[in-house]
Design a protein around this ligand. Sequence first.
Ligand SMILES: Cc1ncc(COP(=O)(O)O)c(C=O)c1O
Length: 225
Amino acid sequence: MVEPVQGEGGYIVPPDDFLPMLREVTEKYSVPLIFDEIQSGMGRTGKIWASEHYGVNPDIMCISKSVGGGIPTSMIAYRSDYDTQLPKGFHLGTYRANPVALAAGTAILNYLKNTDILERVSSKGQYIMKRLNEIQDSSRYIGEVRGKGFMIGAELVKGRKTKEPSQEMANMVKSYLYRHGVLMLTCGHFGNVMRYIAPLTIEDELIDKGLSIFEDAVKELEHIY
Ligand SMILES: Cc1ncc(COP(=O)(O)O)c(C=O)c1O
């Protein structure tokens, strides 16, 4: 079971051959391959599913968060032949198949399929990455910028050479951003990765405003350390 692009773990993009290799091995040994697309799915990386970037289909996929567009819902998709192995009535349950949530999910999937939003996420994502790389070039404290689409992480480190993680700096940046009207979460094993996870519909002006406040926050670190 893997996230095609890791979320809480630090916005980690795997090498291109990682998921194809997992598919090959799991097929060889008949092990179900499960993708958790709860954070990386629903257009977040510029494709409906992050795993599409790697051309790999899982046997089971976990989906949630944006699929409900604010209505709490989650779902599991699985290989059609698994269905025959499940007992009849298996899907029944108190909170299952909420019609409003399912209608929201259908509308959102149709929106992703029938508009140019995914192209926007890809092209704007590249722009954001470029801007973050420029901020990285001007600071000693950003170790790496990585991601796809609107799922981009910037690592805060004590120095470029050692790349020692700094949760303290990440918390300072987060607090500076909060005081200046920008919400950004941290993630990663060491809590030092700032994650860019804006709504896919965010306006251009707000992207630029957020990035320049982020730049100010990183500059502020230069005064403190
Ligand atoms: C990748 C991923 N999977 C699953 C979940 C859901 O976890 P939970 O049901 O504990 O909220 C999350 C929540 O953040 C997530 O990011």
